[in-house]
Design a protein around this ligand. Sequence first.
Ligand code: SF4
Length: 510
Amino acid sequence: MQVHLVNPSHVSFGVGVITPRWLFVIAAATPSEFGDPVITDETLELLDVSTIKPGDVVGIGIHTGNALRGYEIGRAAKQAGASVVFGGIHATLYPEEAHELGAATAVVKGDGDAIWGQVIGDCSRGTAQKIYDGGRIEARTFKPARWDLLPEGRYMWASVQTVRGCPKHCSFCSVWKTDGQRPRQRGASDVIEEIVELRRKGFRFIALADDNFYPVTLEDLRQASRRADKARLEQLTALRHERFELMERLAELPKDLVFFTQITMEASEDPEFLAAMNRAHIKGALVGIESVTADGLKDIYKGFNATGDELVARLRAFRTHGVHVLGSFIFGLPSDNPTTFDATAALAEKADLTFAQFVMLTPFPGTVDFAAWEKTIDPANQIAGVPITRHWLIPQESRPKVYTAHPVMAADEIRERTQAVWDRFYSLQQIWKRSRCVTSLKARLAFVLISKLYRQMYANTGIATDSARVNRSARWARMIAKPCRRLFSARPMPNLQVPQIHTLAAKGSQ
Ligand code: SF4
């Protein structure tokens, strides 16, 4: 019996940007008696179904965006005689769908790290349950990934998780509902050991694949202090200390390492934290800016973000501390109007963002927005026989890009204007201007190449039905991806050791 793990994707680029961490974590959770799993990441190349034999177990991890492809694989694997197990955020939210459409033998809800061993054991004995609930396990039981199974030379960035969960409750995001609002932080030593293993293999660039790297804000501490809530204050302070401890340990790693993470804008008001990020070689962060207007932020329960000059100042604070920002914006919010697009593009330029992404408001399952939107949709509203409220099941070639009706703009207008902002931000002239963030000509040219790749991989590629354009875009990305990967790799350091713990001073106490 062979265990297979598959990360589904409709489009493969030959080279991956970031390692899909879950594959290597679930590989680590596979008991040794079942041997090493065969891992297929379809963002590299498609699964060869002929490798699946009767009696095998095929684990498929899905999020909403790749669920449809996941179900195709599930059916093919079942046909080949395998037991099919689904996991991931989408399977957690819609376990029945995986049974109906993906020929699931079993579905794992929640964290798979601890329960996976039991699931494949049951599959091998023919006693699999329909649904397993993995729950939310404590950070000390998170499995470190099996990086020894990583194919060589295929990924630009590796990924290591330091914390699961986010205390916020943004209306378009499912993280706080699925991973929970209580931050579950891994011990610094567990994180460092994984990073050292990755640097030994030649990875210099590592994404700290966290829901929110800054789970305790200065305002949280002030509030607990004001309320004289001693227990809460102690708990928050301990979490904050752990962050600083981790960053101190990261700072002791080889100087050529570059980390990237995901963080809320509130970190910009915390110079001590930003300085620690800088020392820790955390050189980039995705910041959810979402909207440049107060009404837009109110639309999505993100009132803790700033607008106007204060927003520019906060974003620049990251840059002042050597942290490059990938700003993330959403278009199509109820309060948006045609002027929002230019205002957003202008702010992105003024705020010294290094990269930016502009996504269209999409009601994703598990979010507050989705629950509200679903109620407003007539079940007869269908595309290719699929209700629009199950938009991820609409075949790729006829799947629209915008689903939420907007009070003043048509879907096409939102899409076209969004596309124009991508084009403006990633024009050669703008990229060249931004490339001043690096010094040598070679580095500036590399910056241009990477910016173009990012745009090609992540920008909307026009109307969904225009599959020729999607294919052209993927071809382009494939062409640039290989030379880009070489820019990210470094000479392996096979003898690198985990640095000794010198100082763990309790920094950051407030
Ligand atoms: S969008 Fe970011 S800050 Fe908001 S809930 Fe999701 S992870 Fe947290």
